[in-house]
Structures are given as C-alpha cells and as structure tokens.
Write a protein that binds this ligand. Structure first.
Ligand SMILES: [Zn+2]
Length: 333
C-alpha cells in the first residue's frame, strides 16, 4: 500500500510527460513488489502505435485494438493490475499498471518485453535455424513432484515429453531430453544437458497441484523467465529482482511462451491461467529461449483424470508441438 501511494505521488509529479521514474518507490518497497523504472501513458502509447483505446467496462477494463491485435487490460485496483490479454490469451504483466486520475500507465519493461515480442516478434538472423529442441520432463526418480491420489507428476511429465518428442521428430526437428526414464536428474543439470546438445529451445513440462482443500483449481499456464528488475509471479512474494542468464532471451522466451499457451488454448478446452514469469532455475539458467509448461492440475478431479488419459496427453502434445512450430515460423525472419 505504501509503495502504491508513493508511486502514485511520483506519477502525479511527472505525468505531464507521460513517463515517470518510480524507481524510488521500488527501492522503498520492502514487500518485493517494485514498480520498475519507467511508466508510459497507455493512451499515448496506443495513439502512437495506431491502437484505438476504449473502455470495455468503465474504470474496470480497457481495450486497445487495431485490425491486427486486441489488447485488454484490467484497471480495476480490486483485481490484479498485472492481468492483461493479448488476442484473447491471458498474459501477466511484469509490473502492475499504475492508475492516476482515470488514466492508466504501463511499464516500459512490459511494452518492450511483454507486448512487443508478441505484437512485433523478434526474428532470427538469416541462416539461423531452430534444429534441436530440448525437452525436460519435470522431476523423476527420487523426486516424484506433485502427488495427488494415485497421480504422480513425474510419471505424466515423462509420458507427455515422450509424446512431444515423437511428434517433434516426425515434424523434422531433433530432440534431446533431460531424462528418458524414471531417473533422478538434478535441476541444475537440466539446462546444462540442453547446452551440451546445442539445443535451440528448452521446454520443461510439469503438472500442478492445488494446496487448497477444495480441488477446484484447474487450467494451464506457461512460464518464461522474469525480466530483470521485476519480481516473479510465483514463490509467495519472491523479492528477487536480479538479472539472470535467461534474460538474454527475454523477447524470444515471451514469444515462445505465448505461442505454446495460445496453441494449447486453441485445441484443448482448458482454463487459461496465462503466460507468467518466474525465475525457476531451468528458466533462469537456460542458454537458449526457454519455457516451463504447467499442463494442468492433478488435484482437480476432472483435469487429473484427463492428464492420466493417453489420448488427452497426445492432444496436448500436438498443441505444444504446434506452438513450437508456430514460433519457428515466426522467428524464421
Ligand atoms: Zn513440477
């Protein structure tokens, strides 16, 4: 609360330029919820980029649209001010929007590293191709991952990864895996295996479990590495804002995460938990664009049953492969 108030005061002082330095507010924060460095008026940005900006619901939901894209932002402070949508897919901003006198301000980091990678995707240099994908079935061996009833995460991450491997291979890509059996593989070793195989992309696969007593939480989310300066969505208020190796690929991380989440949403009737950021070790240490897919909740009775069904996993694998191939087409340049 203190941080938000400080940020708003700074916004008020500097809003005539449409950008504000709220670094001081971030520094004062002892909650780990920094506001980043620079904010830009969403109105100004939309005008400069030929978006029409209008309320979907007054003081609650703001839309920026043009013939090519539709962005939706939550501006209701009672909800999470990081929740946005790009073309119907939920994407969590690295920093919450800041509101002042009915105007919304968005962080420069999000313009550059959340919106831009999807709206104006990065391209590989000519001749640079995506040839090898490293698949990382989460957990294994002595680490079962999440366990819910008879469902054990490590079993289904491997089965899903094997299905993705088979389909990617048929699509002409080379695949390496961090494990092919129920083996214990240290989390630190996983990005290293990808690097040793000269993998061009790293895709980690996991399933979720809800700690709530009622097993109503369900849906799919795809993570990529948190930009430097921002705190992560996960890990209960993780205050860490450092630069990590995975930040070299911020734009491509975001594009890959978005393409895979979009593809999964198109082909499976799952709840959209969105594209999120986290400094999971496999993402922060990756030496190539990397994502981590949480493919559903083992703890949700219906979703848990689906994850245990080979036909459903095959369909999910097809969606993941399609997302990777879409990414490949987009960055081809
Ligand atoms: Zn896991």
């Amino acid at each position: 609360m203190k941080t938000a108030a400080a940020a708003l005061l700074l916004m008020a002082a500097l809003s005539t330029t449409g950008a504000a330095s709220v670094q001081a507010a971030a520094r004062q924060s002892n909650t780990g919820q920094g506001f980043g460095k620079q904010y830009v008026s969403l109105n100004n940005w939309a005008r400069a980029n030929e978006f029409t900006i209008r309320w979907i619901e007054r003081d609650k939901t703001l839309q920026c649209s043009n013939p090519r894209a539709r962005l939706v932002f939550n501006v209701d402070p009672r909800q999470d001010l990081r929740k946005a949508q790009i073309n119907g897919v939920v994407v969590w901003l690295a920093f919450p929007l800041v509101l002042q006198n009915g105007n919304a301000f968005i962080s420069q980091v999000d313009l550059e590293q959340t919106l831009a990678p999807v709206l104006s995707p990065p391209a590989n240099r000519p001749g640079i191709k995506i040839k090898t994908v490293c698949l990382d079935p989460g957990h294994g061996g002595s680490d079962p991952g999440e366990v819910s009833g008879g469902n054990v995460e490590k079993k289904y991450t491997l089965l899903l990864a094997q299905e993705v491997r088979d389909q990617l291979t048929r699509a002409g890509l080379k695949v390496c895996m961090t494990r092919t059996t129920d083996a214990t593989v240290k989390v630190q070793a996983r990005p290293e295996i990808a690097r040793q195989h000269n993998a061009d992309l790293f895709v980690s696969m996991h399933f979720n479990c809800s700690e709530q007593a009622r097993n109503e939480v369900k849906g799919v989310e795809v993570y990529c590495c948190t930009p430097a300066g921002a705190t992560s969505r996960n890990a209960g208020g993780e205050g860490d804002t450092r630069w990590v190796k995975g930040n070299q690929y911020n734009e491509k991380n975001m594009l890959l995460a978005y393409q895979v989440q979009e593809s999964i949403l198109k082909s499976l009737a799952v709840e959209d938990r969105g594209v999120k950021r986290a400094r999971f070790l496999v993402l922060s240490e990756a030496a190539m664009p990397a994502i981590l897919i949480e493919g559903g909740f083992l703890s949700h009775p219906a979703e848990g049953r689906k994850i245990a069904d080979p036909a459903y996993r095959r369909q999910m694998a097809r969606a993941i492969v399609e997302g990777i191939l879409n990414y490949q087409r987009i960055v081809k340049g």
